[in-house]
Design a protein around this ligand. Structure first.
Ligand code: FAD
Length: 438
């Protein structure tokens, strides 16, 4: 099977640009065999490989990755490891579902925390929680208040913060109120991805810059790249939105592009003017219209704004330039005391979603398991999906596998062009309906 669409690294990722240069692991060359192949070195693939290595210390595991660790969606995101579901709901079923999700997400955060500490991964990891913010009084009433009630029903701690208190914490008067939740972590996603890739156990070989161009699933798994071939008995598919290229989840995944910008570092004087010292992270009441923002340990502000339908998983340079100007305007409105601060990096990344928000998890063929489709929360979802796919593939009886399976399977999408029309119409509707949250 020829792989038609390959990931493309446009070298714009700001999170990795502010890190020291890293030398990727050598690309696949010649003929290689392994007991296990993991396709993709994002959070899902790296977690799956690490767990396979623990489960099968005497077996050989090969991770094959098209680009370099930390340059994919896993290294380009806003850097929130989220422990709470976005929508809770109030029925017993929904509350039960939320508890299952929180068990999974917290297992992922504990695993990441352990790996980061064991290997001394420097990735600005802080278990400091986040603010969920609303701009308008309508947003407060329709989103924040129900969210707070749902947290109470779940027995989860939170603080209700309003301006001017909120403005003192984040240095912007743009928001009316926020629900602060203490769980979850903030991180530099490129640094975490690199650190995870560079600390893999000895029975794993990671091949970077090795796009799989051709795949066969007869008599085991066989992948060809430009300079080598990889044969393995079993596969964990962790290529996220690209898994459909390999014949899996066809017509069940759709792709959005998300955009981020990172300012330059604030000077000493600007930090005094800004008046906030402690790093913080905030997510918007509405992810389509609102802005995700963070103040980083090294005194930069990151903005994630804009989510658009992007079925071909490609973005042009001119679109990036337009986004950069838009982000600068949004930044200036939120931080009028910092308008001299320029945007240093603007980049985009792809988010893979299913219609029913279910993950692509489980056994796909006698020798293939998957951990894909993280529905925009891949730091935790990719990590627990990868770990549990590895446990399932090794026949381990981990009770969390049932929690994972209870999240369902990606449902069938309308075929194109109906999908394109429907997805674009839905996004226009989301923007219009939530315009008060901009
Ligand atoms: C701008 C932005 C902000 C986001 N913010 C957050 C956030 O704050 N918190 C959060 O939890 N999530 C966030 N997300 C989502 C999150 O980044 C993803 O859900 C997560 O990275 C998915 O992880 P993954 O391992 O499944 O996939 P990926 O990181 O996409 O990894 C899949 C890998 O498969 C490889 N691959 C694909 N095809 C081939 C091939 N043919 N040959 C070899 N390798 C191949 C790719 O190169 C890629 O490295 C954000 C995403 C974006 C774009």
């Amino acid at each position: 099977m020829k792989i038609d669409r390959l990931p493309l690294d446009d070298k714009t990722n700001g999170w990795s640009a502010i890190l020291p240069t890293r030398t990727p692991k050598p690309a696949l060359a010649g003929e290689v065999t392994a007991d296990w192949i993991v396709l993709g070195a994002g959070y899902a693939g790296l977690a799956a490989a690490r767990r396979l290595a623990e489960n099968c210390p005497d077996q050989k595991i090969a991770v094959i990755e098209a680009g370099a660790a930390g340059e994919n969606a896993s290294g380009r995101n806003s850097g929130f490891a989220v422990d709470l579901p976005h929508n809770v709901g109030s029925s017993l079923n929904e509350l039960d579902g939320s508890h299952r999700f929180m068990r999974l997400a917290r297992m992922a955060i504990t695993e990441l925390d352990g790996t980061i500490k064991t290997h001394g991964i420097e990735c600005e990891w802080s278990l400091d929680g986040k603010y969920h913010t609303a701009v308008s009084s309508r947003g407060v009433k329709e989103i924040l208040e129900p969210f707070a009630r749902e947290l109470e029903a779940l027995g989860e701690p939170y603080d209700w913060v309003e301006t001017p208190d909120l403005a003192r914490k984040i240095g912007s008067t743009h928001f009316t109120a926020a629900v602060y939740t203490p769980g979850g972590a903030l991180l530099n996603p490129a640094a975490l991805s690199r650190g995870l890739a560079d600390s893999l156990p000895g029975n794993i070989t990671l091949y970077e810059n090795s796009p799989v161009q051709d795949a066969s699933f007869e008599n085991g798994v066989h992948f060809n790249t430009a300079h080598g071939s990889l044969r393995g008995a079993k596969l964990i598919m962790a290529a996220n939105g690209f898994s459909e290229q390999f014949g899996f989840y066809r017509n069940r995944l759709f792709h959005l592009v998300a955009h981020c910008s990172l300012t330059r570092r604030l000077t000493e004087n600007e930090r005094k003017t800004y008046g906030v010292e402690k790093p913080w992270g905030l997510t918007p009441a509405n992810a389509f219209v609102g802005i995700t923002m963070r103040y980083t340990n090294d005194h930069r502000i990151i903005i994630r704004h804009g989510l658009n339908y992007c079925p071909n998983q490609r973005i042009s340079e001119s679109e990036n330039t337009t986004v950069k100007h838009r982000h600068k305007n949004l930044f200036d409105k939120r931080f009028p005391m910092l308008t001299a601060v320029g945007i240093e990096h603007t980049w985009s990344g792809f988010v893979c979603l299913s219609r029913n928000s279910a993950p692509g998890f489980g056994q796909l063929a006698p020798n293939v398991w998957s951990a894909v489709c993280q529905n925009a929360m891949g730091v935790t979802k990719g990590t627990f999906g990868g770990i549990l796919a590895a446990d399932m593939a090794c026949g381990l009886n981990n009770p969390l596998i049932a929690d994972m399976q209870s999240l369902g399977e990606p449902s069938l999408l309308p075929s194109r062009p109906f999908l394109d029309i429907g997805a674009r119409a839905r996004l226009i509707w989301e923007h219009w309906r939530n315009r008060h949250e901009a």
